[in-house]
Design a protein around this ligand. Structure first.
Ligand SMILES: *[C@@H]1O[C@H](CO)[C@@H](O)[C@H](O)[C@H]1NC(C)=O
Ligand SMILES: *[C@@H]1O[C@H](CO)[C@@H](O)[C@H](O)[C@H]1NC(C)=O
Ligand SMILES: *[C@@H]1O[C@H](CO)[C@@H](O)[C@H](O)[C@H]1NC(C)=O
Ligand SMILES: *[C@@H]1O[C@H](CO)[C@@H](O)[C@H](O)[C@H]1NC(C)=O
Ligand SMILES: *[C@@H]1O[C@H](CO)[C@@H](O)[C@H](O)[C@H]1NC(C)=O
Length: 435
């Protein structure tokens, strides 16, 4: 995916140019003051980066627009939108749209977003309620994913509930990013349900990060949407007998998590893993890798991660009924931690290495052999959404000091809604292609 563009590019640019022009007239047009102007501009630009961690995504155009108080609201939704969707691209669902790579595209500004407000969605975790925690603007909720070569269908909660998941069971398994994604799905779907108490956790559990298994039912549609916490997807258990004392737990990279037997009968399974395959969460914490009944003390994290993905693919291929269950693997969701002291690094710093190897490794495994896993390939487009993290707005601002930043998860509404729009498009496409 390329750069971020705003829908109303043409008119905004001329607005900005006009503004610039006025500014130029304002200043004595000498070379020195011209230089001063640009230095000031740069300074003000960097000020945004320093103080406002969510502006990271904005193109310089948008920053400039903000700075010069140009409103990028209502990109005249009604007049611009048709021209964006009617931009000569084929609809993904239309004939000829099937070849389109919906994961390759741009983020475009769209006034019709977000799809819901966090206040209206009771299923959003406290930590993801950015607007309610004082985040000063809602720009991060306004970007829509626009594939390069086709148009996505507009997300329609009613259609999804009625046509795609009525009487079905949807399972998400993974780490807290999977929960983030799952909560987003609950929210985008709940828009179509007026009686919110007809959507409930079947065991009466609240949504918190402490619950490892949550089962939501949409009563009117007899549909279940579940979350299983399983950050490694494979078995995490006691180390074999006579292991060295530094081994606190083992990760059995050749064995799917015990809970996986509860995923098997679902109609749609959305798996993901990645963020926990780090030194800190494995070896450093006393977690070593195991194959068969042997600990592999010197197996690298990379190899272990690869084994776990192979195990997952193998499980899907051999244990699931492909006629019943559709399996997606959601690719790595990038984090964007920045170094607060170093301005320049703060602009681009994120765990690039992690991201690249985790993505390429998964793609390699998934492309190696025939398999029944569909890829929800969100990594590429998501790298460009560093504005979408809760950052400091993961807690109520009045109660907490500013030190705890969350640059891994996503605000809701926000980026995971787009993942669900992509999921929706793929499911709908499949449904329509049924004889
Ligand atoms: C990400 O998107 C860019 C721009 O479309 C493309 O050039 C690049 O190959 C993509 N990367 C991956 C890993 O797909
Ligand atoms: C946005 O634009 C549409 C069409 O031009 C208009 O009807 C609507 O009132 C505008 N909304 C806002 C918030 O300005
Ligand atoms: C809302 O849903 C709940 C649970 O299904 C049900 O008990 C209640 O009667 C519904 N309320 C209305 C107004 O339909
Ligand atoms: C890992 O350990 C085994 C024996 O336990 C050894 O044969 C092998 O060479 C080691 N591999 C590396 C990369 O150190
Ligand atoms: C899946 O469906 C196809 C076509 O209906 C059928 O030929 C095949 O045997 C089914 N596979 C299984 C495992 O049920």
């Amino acid at each position: 995916m390329g750069n971020i563009t705003t829908v109303s590019e043409g008119s905004k640019k001329s607005d900005i140019q006009l503004k610039k022009f006025k500014l130029f007239n304002f200043l004595v047009p000498s070379l020195a003051s011209l230089a001063l102007f640009f230095v000031t501009l740069l300074f003000i630009g960097s000020f945004f980066y320093l103080n406002d961690s969510e502006t990271g995504i904005k193109t310089s155009t948008t920053n400039l627009a903000r700075w010069s108080n140009i409103e990028i609201t209502n990109g005249s939704s009604s007049s611009v939108r048709p021209s964006v969707r009617g931009n000569g691209r084929v609809g993904f669902l239309e004939e000829g749209g099937g070849e389109c790579d919906i994961f390759d595209g741009n983020w475009v500004w769209d006034e019709n977003y977000p799809l819901y407000k966090s206040q209206d969605c009771p299923f959003v975790d406290e930590g993801f309620r950015c607007s309610e925690h004082g985040r000063p603007n809602n720009f991060y909720t306004k970007w829509r994913c626009q594939p390069k070569d086709c148009n996505l269908p507009r997300f329609d909660a009613g259609t999804m509930l009625e046509k795609l998941i009525r009487n079905k069971r949807v399972v998400f398994a993974g780490d807290s990013i999977a929960r983030n994604h799952w909560e987003s799905l609950l929210c985008v779907l709940s828009v179509a349900v007026s009686n919110k108490s007809s959507i409930y956790e079947v065991n009466g559990n609240p949504i918190t990060k402490h619950k490892g298994h949550l089962v939501f039912k949409f009563d009117d549609f007899n549909c279940i949407i579940e979350y299983f916490r399983s950050p490694f997807l494979v078995v995490q258990g006691r180390p074999p007998p006579r292991s060295p004392p530094r081994v606190r737990f083992s990760l059995r990279v050749d064995q799917m998590s015990w809970a996986s037997r509860l995923w098997r009968d679902a109609d749609i399974v959305i798996l993901s893993s990645g963020h926990w395959w780090t030194y800190h969460k494995t070896l450093r914490a006393g977690g070593y890798f195991q194959e068969g009944n042997k600990l592999k003390m010197n197996m690298s994290i990379k190899t272990a991660y690869q084994r776990s993905i192979e195990t997952m693919v193998n499980w899907v291929n051999t244990q699931l009924d492909a006629n019943k269950t559709r399996v997606f693997f959601r690719t790595y969701s990038p984090s964007h931690f920045r170094l607060t002291t170093t301005l320049l690094l703060s602009l681009s710093f994120y765990s690039l290495e992690n991201l690249i190897y985790k993505l390429s490794l998964v793609m390699e495994v998934l492309s190696q052999r025939p398999n029944k896993v569909d890829v929800l390939s969100v990594t590429n487009m998501t790298t460009r959404r560093k504005d979408g993290h809760p950052s400091i707005y993961n807690v109520r601002q009045e109660n907490e000091p500013l030190h705890h930043q969350d640059c891994s998860h996503w605000c809701l509404p926000g980026v995971p809604d787009s993942w669900n729009e992509l999921l929706y498009a793929l499911l709908l496409k499949r449904e329509l292609s049924k004889p």
